[in-house]
Design a protein around this ligand. Structure first.
Ligand SMILES: [Zn+2]
Length: 244
C-alpha cells in the first residue's frame, strides 16, 4: 500500500512510478510519494521506497531523480524552522553533510519520520544505473550505425555490380542481334539498307593559290578545293528507326 502525501494524485503517482521503476532494485517498491515545494535544486516531490529516499523534479512531462539517500545512510532526520505553512525538511547523512532539503507540510513530515524507521538497505545508486544504461545505449547505437554503414556499402557494391552486368548483357545482346542480322537496338528483322552521298568542299581559286604559298596547310586546302563526295551506306531499322 503506497502512502500518498497531501495533494498527490493517482495520475502523478503512476507517472512517477513508471519513470522510476526501471531504476529501482528488483525487490524495491515505492512506499510513499509526497509533494514538495521548490527549494533545492528544483525539488517538486519526494519518493520513499523500502530502501531509499529520492527527491524528484518533474514539470509534468519531464521527471528526474534529483538526489537520493540509501536508507542505511539516513542517520539523522531533522525539521527546521517554519516557513509559512510549510516546514523545511532536512536529512543529515552519515558524514554530517546536509542533503535532500525540501519543504513539505508538517503533516507529511510526520509520516516521513515514521516511514524512515521502517526502511533499510543500500541499493545500487540510480545515478550509477543511469550511467551504465547510457553507456550501453551508446555502444549499441554505435554498433547499429556501423552495421548500417556496412549494409549500405554492401548494397552500393551490389548495385554497381548489377549495373556493370547490365551493360555487359546489353552489349552482348546487341552483338548477338547484329550477328544474326537483326537491329541491335530492338532485335527487329525489318531492316532497310540506306545509301547516301554528300558533296563536300568548295571551289575557290584563291585557296588554290594558297597551296603554293602555304605549303602543307595550303595543300590540305587544295584537297578540299578539289571537292569530295562523302559516301555513306548503313542500315536502318524500320521498327525503331535505329541507324547502324
Ligand atoms: Zn530496331
Amino acid at each position: 500500500m503506497t502512502h500518498f502525501g497531501i495533494g498527490v494524485k493517482d495520475k502523478k503517482y503512476e507517472q512517477i512510478k513508471n519513470h522510476l521503476s526501471r531504476w529501482l532494485d528488483k525487490d524495491e517498491v515505492i512506499i510513499a510519494l509526497f509533494n514538495a515545494n521548490h527549494l533545492y535544486p528544483l525539488v517538486t516531490g519526494m519518493v520513499l521506497t523500502n530502501r531509499r529516499m529520492i527527491t524528484i523534479y518533474d514539470n509534468g512531462t519531464n521527471i528526474k531523480a534529483v538526489s537520493e539517500i540509501c536508507a542505511d545512510d539516513i542517520l539523522d532526520f531533522t525539521t527546521e524552522k517554519e516557513m509559512g505553512k510549510f516546514t523545511k525538511l532536512m536529512v543529515i547523512k552519515k558524514n554530517g553533510e546536509k542533503l535532500l532539503p525540501c519543504t513539505m507540510s508538517q503533516e507529511d513530515i510526520l509520516v516521513v519520520s515514521s516511514l524512515i524507521a521502517k526502511m533499510s538497505g543500500t541499493p545500487q545508486p540510480i545515478a550509477e544505473k543511469i550511467y551504465i544504461a547510457k553507456t550501453t545505449e551508446k555502444a549499441e547505437h554505435n554498433r547499429i550505425a556501423t552495421e548500417q554503414k556496412q549494409q549500405q556499402a554492401k548494397q552500393a557494391a551490389q548495385a554497381r555490380r548489377e549495373r556493370k552486368q547490365a551493360l555487359v548483357d546489353a552489349k552482348q545482346l546487341a552483338s548477338d542481334r547484329a550477328k544474326s542480322g537483326q537491329c541491335p537496338k530492338c532485335g527487329s528483322n525489318n531492316l532497310q539498307a540506306v545509301h547516301s552521298s554528300t558533296k563536300k568542299g568548295f571551289s575557290n581559286t584563291g585557296a588554290a593559290g594558297g597551296c603554293c604559298l602555304l605549303g602543307p596547310v595550303g595543300l590540305l586546302c587544295g584537297l578540299c578545293n578539289s571537292g569530295q563526295t562523302q559516301e555513306q551506306s548503313y542500315r536502318m531499322c524500320l521498327n525503331c528507326g535505329n541507324k547502324f
